[in-house]
Design a protein around this ligand. Sequence first.
Ligand SMILES: *Cc1c(COP(=O)(O)O)cnc(C)c1O
Length: 393
Amino acid sequence: MIAHSPTTAISTRSTPPVIHFNRPYAAEKSFEYMRQAIANAHTCGDGPFTKKCHAFLEEQLGVAKALLTTSCTDALEMCALLLGIGPGDEIILPSFTFVSTVNAFVLHGATPVFCDVRADTLNLDESAVERLIGPKTKAIIPVHYAGIGCEMDAIMEIAGRHGVPVVEDNAHGLFGKYKGRYLGTFGALATQSFHETKNFNCGEGGALLINDRTFANRAEIVREKGTNRSRFFRGQVDKYTWVDIGSSYLPSDMLAAYLYAQFETSRQIQKIRKRIWTHYQRSLEAWASGNGVRLPIVPKHCEQAYHMFYLLLPTHRDRQSLISHLCALGITSPFHYLPLHLSDKGKEFGGKAGDCPVTEDVSNRLLRLPFYNDLTDADLDRVVAGVLSFRIK
Ligand SMILES: *Cc1c(COP(=O)(O)O)cnc(C)c1O
């Protein structure tokens, strides 16, 4: 012990380690299950662990079919293929979202029509959707931002009246609910992400959720390089062949093994995340109202998925100062999303300043706090103390 004390003395004086914004999580059994996947000698897609993941998602959420994919981006691209999106077709989506929500469709020729978001939940503004619908509209893509449900009653009603399919980008929202019903179960199709920054992860991965059964057969084909291999493996055809367009969207069974271990402990994971979120909310409430900072708003009829905790600062300058203030304390606090309609690519589709005022405004003022399953109480306290020591001038 004595021999160690000089080292201890030095380390207590040095700056504390950086608190990262995200740390990829692995459940205890992830390693054992990955070892099993290798021992099974079935490391390609659709092995035993992939099947367990499919069954889990289908049973938990009550969707007609769930298919693991290599990413949420790829699941979105599968939606573009399933909906037969081609050049000139229009899709309606929020400007305030990740690039993949739009790019997966534009890749197949779609023209994006960017919609603004609500100022409270930062979700697709359902009151602005209808006037964007035209004869070429092929999909409406709500994103359940921060795992808090969009106004699905209104969105489904408008979409239904115009006969336009809905694809939910539920990358943030696994196990979140809108009016008691799971996110991802409203649209004809929905997508999940298991990227390392999401609540459940396998590094890179995703899922396609199918609610409209008419897409089920073709989804298997599109996912298997345009072949009917899935039917072949089930003994439904005696050889498999090229039957449609598609690509390779199956993740390795080793990744499914990693993921399945987290599914098995999904309740504990969500409990941990709820605790972190609630701790931020309670500790920062008074500071926020004293400094004109807005915390996330969760409508009464939404059960959120506890994906992220964000702060909306009064001005862009305040946001930048808080980022620097936290950075000096060794705390990483990123921001997002740059409005898609004002991006280089978005401008090619005619996007210009003023098109989506709420998106343009919040994009400048939003900041995210570190949020991951292994965040310790000590780190959580350090982040809270760091924020509390910041005063808006
Ligand atoms: C993370 C994310 C995606 C992309 O997920 P990947 O699995 O990395 O492809 C898509 N949409 C939203 C809203 C996301 O947050």
